[in-house]
Design a protein around this ligand. Structure first.
Ligand code: UDP
Ligand code: MG
Length: 342
């Protein structure tokens, strides 16, 4: 992946062979205050993309501050503005999927609503796409994460993903452009319910490039991610991309077995040579060690079982309550299926 600044020029109105329409998908939870400034910046950036048709889809992920009402007010002034309102807060991953399913463009950009994904980067992403890239990742210039323990956890997580799953997640963000072919794979061919978008966009392959951007501090509101939610997302990432932890359990068991064999040999030796067999402390330590190894193993198994259960239940990842703009769908309003697509 090249991370250098692009030298590709934007040729307005150049023949595109059908690639003419860009969708921007923005999941938003409690972002009413920042919505107007966001749309101004996004539309300004879209104006610099060399005459692309566009639509902007804001997915209201169960906001309680009237984000959707604000969107309704803003819609007449913004051509191509659409809204999807989820029936409650389903989480950013679900909101992203809802937006991707609603998107009709030949390319789809996903970005945050809080201007931490600067819209000014959009023209460069589009330029890369026009030059043939199928996936353009926005990569942050510095490790993100407000809290120190989150940054620490995230670097540990990135390392795990690299070694276990072979996916490079360093400084990754959900600010991404997907060509229609890649978007179709992410939306239709990857039906998993517990999703990890920024890894899925890397998994799809095709020609992938990166653009680097600076993350400005959040101006309004606060990050909706608790450490617990981040941990859950990290577990989803690891469980859905590798089953190596399960194998580690086996290795842990083998290591314990070797330890046990040595201990038995030592005990027998002591018995035959007439030395006193070591006592209470050894039993205690061994018990604690084996006990914790068993519980860690059960925990790892549990992570997989929980996710298998989620997939087997096959509930939809979100429910659409209302849509704003765009073509009405024959079987709306709710329970979208992958086949609907738009
Ligand atoms: N978001 C969402 N649903 C949620 C939490 C967040 O749609 O349950 C949206 C939020 O409105 C924002 C984006 O996801 O547009 C990123 O959220 P946030 O800024 O809180 O995360 P951070 O920047 O800390 O990663
Ligand atoms: Mg943010």
């Amino acid at each position: 992946m090249s991370e250098s600044s692009s030298a590709v020029s934007l040729v307005p109105g150049a023949p595109e062979g059908g690639r003419r329409r860009l969708s921007v998908v923005i999941p938003a939870k409690d972002e009413r205050e920042g919505l107007e400034a966001l749309l101004a910046a996004v539309y300004a950036a879209l104006g610099e993309c060399g005459g692309l048709e566009h639509e902007v889809i804001v997915v209201d992920d169960g906001s309680r501050d009237g984000t959707f009402e604000r969107l309704r007010e803003l819609q007449p002034r913004h051509p191509g503005l659409r809204g999807v309102r989820l029936s409650r807060n389903f989480g950013k991953e679900a909101a992203l999927l809802a937006g991707l399913r609603a998107a009709t463009g030949d390319a789809v950009i996903t970005m945050d609503a809080d201007l931490q994904h600067p819209p000014a980067v959009i023209p460069e992403m589009v330029a890369r796409w026009r030059a043939g890239a199928k996936v353009v990742h926005g990569v942050t210039s510095r490790p993100s994460g407000a809290r120190r323990r989150d940054r620490f956890a995230s670097s540990a997580f990135n390392r795990l993903m690299r070694y276990l799953a072979g996916i490079e997640m360093r400084r990754a963000s959900d600010f991404t452009l997907l060509d229609r072919v890649a978007a179709d794979v992410v939306v239709r061919e990857l039906p998993e319910r517990r999703r990890f978008y920024r890894a899925l966009t890397r998994w799809v392959g095709f020609r992938q490039e990166s653009v680097v951007f600076d993350v400005p501090p959040r101006e309004r509101g606060s990050s909706a991610w608790s450490s617990a939610r981040l941990m859950d997302l990290a577990a989803t990432g690891i469980v859905s991309f590798t089953s190596l932890p399960l194998r580690l359990v086996t290795f842990l068991g083998l290591a314990t077995l070797v330890f046990a064999v040595v201990l038995v040999a030592d005990t027998l030796w002591s018995w035959f040579t007439g030395t006193a067999v070591s006592g209470y402390a050894t039993v205690e330590v061994t018990l604690l060690f084996v006990g914790s190894a068993v519980m860690i193993s059960l925990g790892i198994l549990g992570e997989y079982v929980a996710r298998i259960y989620d997939e087997v239940k096959a509930r939809p990842g979100y429910v659409v309550e209302e849509e704003l703009g765009g073509a009405p769908r024959p079987d709306s309003p709710s329970l979208p299926t992958p086949a609907q697509g738009g």
